[in-house]
Design a protein around this ligand. Sequence first.
Ligand SMILES: Cc1cc2nc3c(=O)[nH]c(=O)nc-3n(C[C@H](O)[C@H](O)[C@H](O)COP(=O)(O)OP(=O)(O)OC[C@H]3O[C@@H](n4cnc5c(N)ncnc54)[C@H](O)[C@@H]3O)c2cc1C
Length: 453
Amino acid sequence: MNSTFSDFCHNIGLSEASAVQIQKASRQRTVGDTDEGSRIHSFCIAAQLSLGSEKVDVPPSQTCIAEPGCIVLPHTSNDVSKIMKIINFFDVKFAIRSGGHSPNPGWSSIGSEGVLLDMQKMNHVSLSSDNLVATVGPGARWGEVIAAISPRRVAVVGGRIPIVGVAGLLLGGGYSYLTGEFGTAADSVKNYEVVLADGSIVHANGDENSDLFWALKGGGPNFGVITRFDLFTVSISDVWYEIMLYTPDQAFHVLDAFAQWQQDKDFDIKSSVTLSIGLDIITVALLYSTPTDPPSCFKPFYAVQPAQVAVPSTNGTSAQVYEMAYGVVSSEPMRHHVAANVADFGRSRGGNPMGIPQRAHQWWTTLADWREAKDDELVRSVTIETTQQWKKLGIQRGSYLPFTFMNDASRDQNPLASYGADNLSKLKVISRKYDPSQLLQRLQVGGFLLLRA
Ligand SMILES: Cc1cc2nc3c(=O)[nH]c(=O)nc-3n(C[C@H](O)[C@H](O)[C@H](O)COP(=O)(O)OP(=O)(O)OC[C@H]3O[C@@H](n4cnc5c(N)ncnc54)[C@H](O)[C@@H]3O)c2cc1C
């Protein structure tokens, strides 16, 4: 046994007997008989011996292209640290999955060419005794977070749908019902616990590794595996809401109402509107972050007669809003209002790399559902063309802004480049500082990587 291999085994807590077992196993069997397959097999054996076999799932069939070599389910940041050391040693490709909600193929999934780090077991949620900070594991879902903290009458700036994962949303910036009032979800992070590419565990916050702290607030999966988020809470518990449905022929009137609400010179930051325009129905979900009578800022919407009031004017809890959210935030094209103060809020929290325009504007998303796999390319080409058409119109009218929101971006888009040349080059410098061997760029299969930005 050479000394590098025995040092490595020692480093991940393996006995000499286990080291011999890894060597034997890798000689006996290879996946697909390739060098890559052999390294993946060795990774899986080493991970089983180091973490315990209950944390490493080896799919029975390795002929199915959608199955990773193995799925590692860490329970602690120490587990993740060992996993990164084993990835380093065997040089295997990998993907990280927290909530698994990215619709981009390969962003949080991988086939037999690598291994999957599935963070679902790291889903703890706790609240500090003064209720000011929520500590959340990357594998938690936003519904679990709200359910755990809302009994103590606080909320966090997080996702709008209960099943979406915490980590992916926060790493992409994060748009919330509360963004108008409290900025992006990433701006509410007080501290990140990060396992770097070499397996070291660090914290990133305003005082410690502050460059990494800045980079993580929208910089995607480029800097390490996040194993814990400490989030500032907001004291919001009771809210007002109402949901109205309109018919597609009312689209222009509803869009005018949206523009009037958004452009009001006294824009009310407590208000938020989730607007989705589908082929069959237009959904307008109004939310106000404190109990009230129907707020006057929503008058432009009341001026358009709805086909149906799906949920009447209600004073309820933020937890109830999450329970309803499934039905409301539909898979239809959506618009997000971004108030002028969102960029300022980010700056007041130490800044972020996103370069969000400092003026009221909108982020829009085109979503398409289809039934048959044979239509994949056709549907994809239509969504790409639609995006190009929006861009062309925006440029013609002088209203186009290049910023692309990572969480809604498609794999053919380049959100990191849209953050601006200075921010992009700063992100690259930070990536080389915390990952000198650029392992995350080289071995991570998907995600909005700096290498491709
Ligand atoms: C139904 C639906 C509703 C949505 N609503 C919103 C919304 O209200 N607001 C909003 O901002 N976005 C929203 N999104 C977009 C969503 O935020 C992104 O898809 C996000 O990536 C999902 O997070 P996840 O943890 O589920 O992602 P995953 O698919 O698990 O991961 C996404 C990316 O993050 C990386 N990653 C995951 N975990 C880690 C980790 N621990 N460390 C490092 N990298 C990691 C992955 O490698 C991958 O590149 C929605 C998406 C869907 C499908």
